[in-house]
Write a protein that binds this ligand. Structure first.
Ligand SMILES: Cc1ncc(C[n+]2csc(CCOP(=O)(O)OP(=O)(O)O)c2C)c(N)n1
Ligand SMILES: [Mg+2]
Length: 677
C-alpha cells in the first residue's frame, strides 16, 4: 500500500469526512480516492480556519485536517497554525516537506523545526512503515488533553514508498481524567458556603460538552454565570441567571457581579490575561477547574485548582453539592439583581440599537440580524475589531456552540474560514460571520471557495471605510481616513475621478442615466415623437441595404477589439459571444483589459512573413480557448465544446488510420514510416 493510500485509510478510520488543503499536496488526491472530500481553498490560512471550526463544532470528536505544499504553502500556513495553538484547537496539519536529503539544508523551510514552538506536536515521516505509529501519536494528542495543532510532515520523496499490509491501525481512544476527590469536596464546601458565587465558563465546557452539568450547577446554587468569549453559548443567555459573556465589550451585569462576588468558580478556563477577556477583580477567592495543569494559577493567584475534564469535574462537584444543598436555591433575588443591572444598560444602548438613521448603524444591524435568523440553529462568529464588540454583548446565544468565540489572538479574516468550516461540520445550521472592511481585505477572496465548493454561508460586512477600532490608537491616520470619508467629499472625489476617466457620472450609477436615456428615446421613437437613436436606426438601414458590407464591418470591429474575428467563435459558438446588456458590458471591460496583449499579438503577427501567420493565428486561438476555459461564466459551454471538438478530432484521426489500413492502433508516425519504406 502506497504511503498516501495508507494515510488516507487512517484518516478514514478516524472518522475524517473532509480535509481542507492547498495544492500541491498529494494527500488531496489520496483522500479523494478514499472518499474523503477535499476542499481546496484560495490560501492556506483559511483552510486552517476551516479545519479549526470543524474541530470546534464537533467538540474535537472529529478533528479538522489541513494539508498544504512544502516551502511556500507551509510558510503561508503558519498564521493559521498559530491561531489554533493560541486557541487550543486540535487540528491535524500535514504539510508536504522537502525531499529528505534537502529537508535540513538552508534555506529550505522545515515545517517541523519551524512550527515546533507553536504546535502540540510536530513530527516528520521518515520511514513509511512507521506511518501508523506516527499518526496514532498525532491523533492521540488531538483527542486527549488540551487541544492544539499536531503536525505531521510528509517528505515529498516518500509518496511512492510502501506501507506494509495489512495496515495495522485502530482509531485512537479518548480518555478523560478527573480532579482529586478531596479537592472537589473542598470546592463543593466553598461553593455551598459562598454567599455571592459567580461561575465563569471557558471554552473547556464546549470541548467537554459539559453544558447540562453547567446549567445544573448554576441552578442548584442560584449562581449567576458569565463566560469567556470562547465559552459563550455554553450557558443559555436568556436564562434568568445568565450575565452575558465576557470579552472586551460586556454587559453591565458582568463587572457588577464579579466585583461583588465572594467566590469565582472558573470552569474549563485558563484565566489568561488578554484584551479580549474580562479581567478578574484583584483579591477575589478563585477556584480554577481546567484540563491543563500548566494553566493553574498561570495569570492570577487561585485558591484551589481542579485538574480534569470539565464534564467530569462538574459531575463530581454536583454529586458533592447535592449532599450539602438538598433543594435548588431560589434564583429570584439574583435574577432580579441581574435585570436591575441589565435594563439601564440596554436602555442606554437602545438609542443606537433602535435607530432608523441611514446608513444603519452596526448595532441596529446586529439587532435585526438576531431577530431575523433562527438563533438556535445558527452558528455565528465575528472578526477582530468593532464587529466583535458590536456583536458579543448583544447576541443572546441559547444553544451550545451556536457562537464561535475566541479569546487570545485573532487574525483578521478568521471569521470567514470559521463560518465555512462550521457549515461543513454542521450543514443544517445557518453559519454567519460578521466582519469589518479591514478583515475582508485579508481573506475576502475565499468567498470564491464558498461558491466553488458550494458552502452556503452568510457573511455580514460592516463597512466603515476605516479600522474604526484603531482610530484611538492611530489618531492622525484615523482622522485622515475619516476626513476622506465624509460622504459629500467622497462623492465629489469620485465624480472628479470619473470625469478624468471620461465619464460624467460617478462609479455607482455610471450606466443608469445612459440606460434611462436610451429607454426614453426608444419609447418616444415608438410613439413617433422622434427619430433619434440614429446610430441604431442607421445600422439597421445599412444592414438592409448592404448585408455583406455590414458583415465585413462587424468582423473588422471584432478583430479590432482583439476577439479573433467572428470566424473564431461567432460562427461556431455564437453563445460564447456577448449578446445583451450586462454580457456586452462585461465583455467590453474584458476587451479593455486584454487589449494591450491583443494589440501586441497583432503587431507581432504583422511582422511575420505571410506563410508563418497561420501558425501564429493557431497559437492565438489556442490561447483564446484557454482563456475561455478559465472563465467561470462560460466554462461549461466551452468545456463541452472543447470535448466535442477533441472527440471529433479523434474520430477523424481514427478514420484516417482506418483508411490507411492501420488496424493495430500504432501511432501515426510508425505507420507513415512503414509506408515510406
Ligand atoms: C492579521 C491582523 N493584523 C492586525 C490586527 C489588529 N487589528 C485588530 S482589529 C483591527 C482593525 C479592524 O478594522 P475593521 O475590520 O475595518 O473593523 P472596524 O473596527 O473598522 O469595525 C486591526 C488592525 C489583527 N487582529 N489581525
Ligand atoms: Mg472598518
Amino acid at each position: 500500500m502506497k504511503l498516501g493510500t495508507a494515510i488516507a485509510e487512517i484518516l478514514k478510520r478516524e472518522g475524517v469526512e473532509w480535509i481542507a488543503g492547498y495544492p500541491v499536496n498529494h494527500m488531496l488526491e489520496h483522500a479523494a480516492a478514499a472518499d474523503i472530500r477535499p476542499v481546496i481553498v484560495r490560501q492556506e490560512r483559511i483552510g486552517l480556519h476551516m479545519a479549526d471550526a470543524q474541530s470546534r463544532v464537533t467538540s474535537g470528536r472529529k478533528p479538522g485536517v489541513f494539508v498544504m505544499q512544502h516551502g511556500p504553502g507551509a510558510e503561508n500556513a503558519m498564521g493559521g497554525v498559530a491561531q489554533c495553538f493560541a486557541e487550543s484547537v486540535p487540528v491535524l496539519v500535514m504539510p508536504m516537506g522537502y525531499p529528505r536529503r534537502l529537508a535540513h539544508v538552508e534555506p529550505n523551510f522545515n515545517s517541523v523545526a519551524a512550527m515546533r514552538s507553536f504546535t502540540k506536536s510536530a513530527e516528520p515521516i521518515t520511514l513509511a512503515a512507521e506511518v501508523p505509529h506516527i499518526l496514532r501519536r498525532a491523533f492521540s494528542r488531538l483527542r486527549n488533553g488540551r487541544g492544539g495543532p499536531c503536525l505531521v510532515e510528509i517528505p515529498s520523496d516518500m509518496w511512492n514508498e510502501e506501507v506494509p499490509e495489512p495496515l495495522d491501525y485502530r482509531p485512537v481512544p479518548a480518555a478523560r481524567y478527573a480532579p482529586d476527590p478531596q479537592d472537589v469536596a473542598r470546592a463543593a464546601r466553598m461553593l455551598a458556603e459562598a454567599e455571592r458565587p459567580v461561575i465563569y465558563a471557558g471554552t473547556g465546557v464546549h470541548w467537554a460538552r459539559a453544558w447540562p452539568q453547567l446549567r445544573e450547577l448554576a441552578e442548584l446554587l442560584a449562581a449567576p454565570v458569565t463566560s469567556s468569549l470562547g465559552g459563550k453559548s455554553s450557558f443559555p443567555e436568556d436564562h434568568p441567571l445568565a450575565l452575558g459573556s465576557g470579552g472586551l465589550a460586556v454587559q453591565a451585569t458582568v463587572p457588577h457581579f464579579l466585583k461583588h462576588a465572594d467566590l469565582i468558580l472558573g470552569i474549563g478556563c485558563s484565566f489568561t490575561t488578554t484584551n479580549f477577556g474580562i479581567a478578574m477583580p484583584a483579591g477575589k477567592k478563585i477556584i480554577q477547574a481546567t484540563l491543563e495543569p500548566d494553566h493553574l494559577g498561570k495569570d492570577i493567584p487561585i485558591e484551589l485548582g481542579l485538574v480534569g475534564d470539565a464534564a467530569l469535574t462538574l459531575d463530581l462537584l454536583l454529586a458533592e453539592l447535592r449532599d450539602r444543598i438538598r433543594e435548588r436555591r431560589d434564583p429570584a433575588a439574583v435574577a432580579a439583581e441581574i435585570q436591575a443591572q441589565r435594563e439601564p444598560w440596554l436602555a442606554k444602548w437602545s438609542a443606537k440599537r433602535d435607530s432608523d438613521a441611514a446608513p444603519l448603524n452596526p448595532y441596529r444591524v446586529m439587532r435585526d440580524l438576531w431577530r431575523t435568523v433562527d438563533v438556535d440553529n445558527t452558528v455565528i462568529t465575528h472578526d477582530a475589531g468593532s464587529p466583535r464588540d458590536q456583536l458579543s454583548p448583544f447576541w443572546v446565544s441559547r444553544t451550545p456552540l451556536s457562537y464561535l468565540g475566541w479569546g487570545k489572538t485573532t487574525q483578521l479574516g478568521y471569521g470567514l474560514g470559521l463560518a465555512m468550516g462550521a457549515k461543513l461540520a454542521a450543514p443544517d445550521k445557518l453559519c454567519i460571520n460578521v466582519w469589518g472592511d479591514a478583515a475582508i481585505g485579508f481573506t475576502g477572496m475565499d468567498f470564491e471557495t464558498a461558491v466553488r465548493e458550494r458552502i452556503p454561508i452568510m457573511s455580514v460586512l460592516l463597512n466603515n471605510f476605516s479600522m474604526a477600532i484603531e482610530l484611538k490608537v492611530h489618531h492622525h491616520v484615523g482622522q485622515q481616513v475619516l476626513r476622506a470619508d465624509r460622504p459629500e467629499r467622497r462623492r465629489r472625489r469620485r465624480r472628479r475621478r470619473a470625469r478624468r476617466l471620461g465619464d460624467g457620472n460617478d462609479r455607482t450609477d455610471r450606466h443608469r442615466p445612459r440606460l434611462r436615456r436610451l429607454r426614453r428615446l426608444r419609447r418616444r421613437r415608438l410613439a413617433g415623437q422622434t427619430d433619434q437613436c440614429r446610430p441604431a436606426l442607421d445600422r439597421q438601414r445599412r444592414i438592409r441595404r448592404h448585408p455583406g458590407a455590414e458583415h465585413r464591418r462587424r468582423r473588422r470591429q471584432w478583430r479590432h477589439r482583439g476577439l479573433g474575428g467572428r470566424s473564431a467563435l461567432a460562427e461556431t459558438r455564437p453563445q460564447l459571444l456577448p449578446r445583451h446588456g450586462r454580457d456586452r458590458r462585461r465583455r467590453r471591460l474584458r476587451v479593455r483589459y486584454l487589449g494591450d496583449q491583443q494589440r501586441r499579438d497583432r503587431r507581432r503577427r504583422d511582422q511575420l512573413p505571410r506563410h508563418r501567420r497561420a501558425g501564429h493565428r493557431r497559437r492565438r486561438r489556442r490561447r483564446w480557448r484557454r482563456r475561455i476555459r478559465g472563465r467561470q461564466h462560460h466554462r461549461q459551454d466551452a468545456e463541452r465544446y472543447l470535448l466535442r471538438r477533441a472527440r471529433r478530432q479523434r474520430q477523424r484521426r481514427r478514420q484516417r488510420r482506418a483508411g490507411r489500413g492501420d488496424q493495430h492502433g500504432q501511432p501515426d508516425h510508425v505507420e507513415r514510416g512503414r509506408r515510406r519504406q
